[in-house]
Design a protein around this ligand. Structure first.
Ligand SMILES: [Zn+2]
Ligand SMILES: [Zn+2]
Length: 495
């Protein structure tokens, strides 16, 4: 699109004479809010706290422009320049190689666009990002906000109180909760506090699976609150709700939207890998807002910040069932990759598996790479033909996980895709090739955290088969034992 600045107003123009793509206009004028203007409530619902493309806004350009002229809609530059270097306003991309050019029909020029956030619709040098400058829609608060009346463990209660305090004071807090601590329930009182104060809340998590799992739980916990569930292709895309659950990617459509953001699994892919998602999380918050980070395995930098008092945090060092976390044992298994090439597995690995098959104990067996895992599968199927393998691109992934839950699979071979999020009540866990770089400290803590999850079966065996101990293995074990010690000291573990 091209615009002309006239009488201190931005005016969309079809012809190229006297007009410019929005990124080339030095300062975008913003008209003052006209309180007498009868604004469109649907536009208000759609645009509050958002940054959308024209294509995402199903209203005529005339109507949008009228709202702009009366101060209700804002136009921002999709691509801005800092010292002649382009920066994408939506995802924060500044890397030259993530920009490209194309002959653009909208502005008639060879137009620069951002490749980084292309999957959310193209942002180019002539793209305005639309936002809302009027008041936010009213919250209709029900009498009872929280339906959930369950009881928290002592560890959960301590963390829950800290979350409430942080939400109230618009501060930041890291909740470092061991796998199986029951972190979702810890959020409920904080969410209630925010909603009661008519503040907008968002829970963001890297994975769609988690959004799908959390949505019904939150709808049950807050039965009279409207909940928007956002992931690629979801139907709630344009729903304005006081409580939003979204994949971190979806935050790219928000701008200064939330008074409270809860960021789940801050250590997990793709959040740590993708700077644009961190940028999105920061920009989706209001300038004054609360931020709660959740993780079972903060990275080294964050752990250090906690230790040195630079980061506000609270731990839940024990599981809700008051049993200690299973401690991984290390078992040397020699050059297992070489063995696999000869279609064999190390004897101690085989023995470990046979023992589980004989005792009908389900198990997860982690491999560092798909190819090696696929080589192990036929060998193990000779022991039990029902054994399966699963990886990230496996189209049958959901089905296999379900079959594992139904106990139709005795042993499931997996890559790190199942390192977090999934819970099977009574399993043992082993890693083959724990020395591989892919098994970071946090990956190993998460993997060990798959065992002993249920109250009925709080114990589980965790074995790391390795061809040389790594720093990550040692740190993972240290982190787990330290949490257990803290759990005992705080009286959160029976024993
Ligand atoms: Zn263009
Ligand atoms: Zn971008």
């Amino acid at each position: 699109m091209r615009f002309l600045v006239k009488n201190n107003l931005l005016v969309p123009l079809r012809e190229s004479k006297n007009s410019l793509p929005i990124s080339q206009i030095p300062v975008i004028p913003q008209p003052p809010l006209n309180p007498a203007f009868p604004y469109n409530v649907h536009l208000q619902l759609l645009l509050t706290g958002k940054q959308l493309l024209m294509d995402d806004v199903p209203f005529s350009l005339e109507e949008i422009q009228k709202h702009y002229e009366n101060g209700y809609i804002t136009y921002r530059k999709g691509i801005d320049y800092r010292r002649n270097h382009p920066i994408c306003s939506r995802c924060g991309n500044m890397a030259e190689n993530w920009f490209a050019r194309f002959p653009c029909a909208r502005c008639g020029e060879i137009c620069l666009y951002c490749r980084k956030c292309l999957m959310m619709g193209r942002i180019s040098a002539c793209t305005p990002l639309l936002g809302w400058n009027g008041r936010a829609p009213n919250h209709h608060l029900p009498e009872n906000i929280r339906g959930w009346k369950g009881k928290l463990s002592v560890g959960q209660q301590t963390a829950s109180n800290r979350v409430v305090e942080t939400v109230r004071n618009m501060k930041e807090l890291l909740v470092w909760a061991v796998c199986g601590a029951g972190k979702t329930e810890v959020l409920f009182a904080g969410i209630e506090t925010a909603l009661r104060a008519e503040r907008r809340v968002c829970i963001a998590t890297p994975r769609t699976d988690v959004v799908l799992e959390l949505t019904p739980r939150l709808k049950t916990a807050f039965p009279d609150i409207s909940v928007a569930s956002l992931f690629g292709g979801s139907e709630d895309r344009h729903l304005y709700a006081p409580l939003t659950i979204a994949t971190t990617h979806q935050l790219l459509r928000f701008h200064h939207a939330f008074d409270t953001i809860i960021l789940d699994e801050v250590d997990a892919f793709p959040y740590t890998a993708e700077e644009s998602l961190q940028y999105a999380a920061v920009h989706a918050r209001k300038p004054v807002s609360a931020m709660i980070y959740l993780t079972a395995t903060p990275n080294e930098k964050w752990q250090r910040e906690c230790r040195t008092g630079k980061r506000a945090f609270t731990t839940i060092p024990a599981r809700f069932h008051r049993h200690p976390l299973p401690i991984p044992s290390f078992t040397w298994c020699g050059n297992w990759q070489k063995q696999l090439k000869k279609e064999k597995l190390p004897a101690n690995v085989l023995h470990w598996i046979k023992e589980r098959l004989e005792n009908n104990k389900q198990a997860l067996l982690f491999f560092p790479h798909i190819l090696l895992m696929e080589k192990a599968l036929p060998i193990l199927r000779k022991l039990a033909p029902e054994i399966e393998s699963v990886h990230a691109e496996d189209p049958d992934r959901k089905n296999k996980v379900q079959k594992m839950r139904n106990k139709e699979i005795p042993l499931l071979l997996t890559t790190t895709i199942l390192e977090r999020g999934v819970t099977f009540p009574n399993i043992d866990v082993a890693v083959v090739g724990a020395e591989d770089d892919i098994f970071t400290e946090s990956a190993l803590v998460q993997i060990a955290g798959r065992a002993g999850r249920s109250k009925e079966f709080p114990n589980g065996v965790v074995t790391f088969f390795h061809y040389g101990k790594t720093e990550a293995m040692l740190k993972a074990r240290k982190q787990i034992t330290a949490m257990n010690r803290e759990g005992v000291r705080k009286g959160l573990i029976d024993g």
